[in-house]
Design a protein around this ligand. Structure first.
Ligand code: SD4
Length: 331
């Protein structure tokens, strides 16, 4: 596994070969400018996603991106892999339940035309990201929640399924004995998948999907389905998404803020750092909180940053496939 310093080194060497990379991928040779390189050729297509499970999700997304498909299709198909993995206990089937034993899912998706769709507090549907996409494409709304979202999913042909696996049920039963029925703020138990992609045409999209904080209060919804908090895409500028304690992300409108900072000239890395620092400055309960962000701009430049050690990011483009350790604000 490469650490960030090694990766930065590779990126710097790699920038000399970008023209080759883009012509291999069939992308056009549009040039854009940024603060470091006066003229650079965008790296695309490219996909970046949160945590180790992002590697498998990126592989699915890459199949679409590398054959000229859209970033929107890529991010949807990518995160579906994680949603459908019963061994992952933070997303889709196998997700840890709330304190009453219900698996409740949150997801959102956003494309390059500023269109977005979201579902929250959805139960019994394995792939909430695809329901979110249907909300975006087949309704005049952005967000459906709870029973309304479930009914809509069934109407759209999604199948109902029990999402509580034996493994997750056992962990919940153990928590009931030890957790005193108190929802826990935590720094470990959150591995949402957020994915950002840029396609050969230079269009950005993003997706974010989670079962939320383990053993949360029934009815609790985090940042992940909230456009602007868990995810934001602006095709003129870039895209960002979040993982970790959703309450902390929502309080700073995290992903929208990162995109705005990029609009005003910050690199994806600097923009992630600034928003994490805002959380660090204002959160009272910092020792129990982990938050990580990833960001991508129109040049294919990306960044990631977390409150504390342990957050990692999966990246894939024509020249590289890697899992990178994100840098962080506090130990
Ligand atoms: C939430 N942000 O529900 C989600 C949890 C998460 O990585 O990101 N896990 O607060």
């Amino acid at each position: 596994m490469k650490n960030r310093r090694e990766f930065i080194k590779i990126s710097a060497i790699g920038s000399a070969g970008l023209l080759t990379a883009t012509s291999c991928s069939g992308a056009d040779d549009t040039t854009l400018t940024n603060e470091i390189n006066p003229v650079i050729t965008p790296i695309r297509p490219l996909v970046i996603s949160t945590w180790q499970h992002g590697l498998a999700a990126n592989t699915a997304a890459w199949k679409i991106l590398s054959s000229g498909g859209s970033a929107l299709d890529a991010v949807e198909q990518g995160v579906r892999i994680t949603e459908s993995d019963p061994e992952n206990n933070s997303v889709g089937i196998g997700g840890l339940p709330d304190r009453d034993g219900h698996v409740t899912l949150d997801a959102c998706i956003m494309d390059h035309k500023n269109q977005c769709g979201s579902v929250a507090f959805l139960q019994g549907i394995e792939n909430p990201i695809s329901v979110a996409r249907k909300v975006m494409e087949a309704t005049p709304h952005v967000m459906l929640v709870g029973k309304g979202a479930y009914r809509f999913a069934l109407e759209q042909g999604f199948k109902s399924k029990d999402l509580l696996t034996e493994k997750s049920k056992k962990r919940w039963q153990k928590w009931l004995k030890e957790g005193k029925y108190q929802p826990e703020v935590n720094r470990e138990n959150h591995d949402t998948i957020g994915m950002l992609g840029i396609d050969q045409a230079g269009n950005l999209s993003g997706a974010c999907t989670t079962s939320g904080m383990a053993f949360k209060m029934h009815g609790r919804v985090g940042d992940s389905p909230i456009i602007g908090a868990g995810l934001f895409v602006d095709n003129e500028v870039g895209a960002a998404c979040a993982t970790g304690v959703g309450e902390s992300v929502m309080r700073v409108a995290g992903s929208a803020m990162i995109v705005e900072l990029m609009r005003h000239g910050k690199s994806p890395q600097k923009a992630c750092e600034e928003v994490v620092q805002r959380i660090v400055k204002t959160e009272k309960n910092l020792e129990n909180i982990q938050v990580g962000f990833i960001a991508l701009n129109k040049l294919g430049e990306h960044g990631s940053y977390a409150i504390r050690k342990g957050f990692n990011v999966a990246i894939k483009h024509a020249k590289e496939e890697a899992l990178l350790d994100a840098s962080f604000a506090v130990f």
